[in-house]
Design a protein around this ligand. Structure first.
Ligand code: ZN
Length: 197
């Protein structure tokens, strides 16, 4: 298994941006890029429940670059499979129906489409050549997000079960915000479990 390590420069960059976010009044609007952390946001309006999983790609995969090795390709494939079947990652008290899902993954496992990837690289260089220096610090970090909409008309959204820790071995902290007519729940989990919201 590939072990991803920070370089000293990256540790400095992450620490700086974290402290900026902490001091900023916008702290609640921006989730800092933290390795090993995934944010779980739940919101219920009527019988519609939205679920968002987001965070540094590190927490989902253990790396943040386009997959290079066979093991990394397999990890990305496995992750995409899990995100497409969210019932593996979490569960409502009683069946809520998945209506919609949107995955936001910055790199695709598309080694079978080499021509396409090649075109992309060229376009990127042309468009952003003048921004290279600016973008350089960010280029080694990527975020992943998955957004789901469920219909809980004949289901029950609470309690909510977190099942993803065994499946995402690079996940260390799950930061949870859950809002409904019933309550507001804010918490953190480091293992699978259930919470009422
Ligand atoms: Zn990162």
């Amino acid at each position: 298994m590939t072990v991803f390590r920070f370089s000293p420069v990256l540790i400095g960059a992450v620490a700086l941006s974290s402290s900026l976010y902490t001091q900023s009044s916008l702290a609640s609007e921006y989730a800092a890029h933290e390795h090993g952390v995934i944010h779980l946001k739940l919101a219920q309006e009527g019988h519609q429940v939205s679920v968002e999983l987001s965070g540094a790609a590190d927490g989902f995969l253990g790396f943040e670059h386009s997959p290079k090795t066979e093991a990394e390709h397999e990890q990305l494939d496995k992750l995409i499979g899990l995100l497409k079947q969210p019932e593996q990652l979490f569960a409502f008290a009683k069946n809520c129906q998945l209506d919609d899902k949107v995955l936001s993954i910055p790199f695709k496992d598309d080694d079978h489409d080499a021509d396409h990837a090649h075109e992309k690289d060229h376009a990127h260089e042309d468009d952003h050549a003048h921004e290279k220096d600016h973008a350089h610090a960010e280029s080694s970090h990527n975020d992943i997000a998955a957004n789901y909409t469920f219909d809980c008309k004949s289901g029950q959204a609470s309690p909510f079960s977190v099942k993803m820790f065994n499946l995402l071995p690079h996940l260390e902290h799950l930061r949870i915000e859950a809002v409904s007519d019933r309550s507001v729940f804010v918490g953190e989990r480091e293992a699978n479990g259930t919470f009422t919201w």
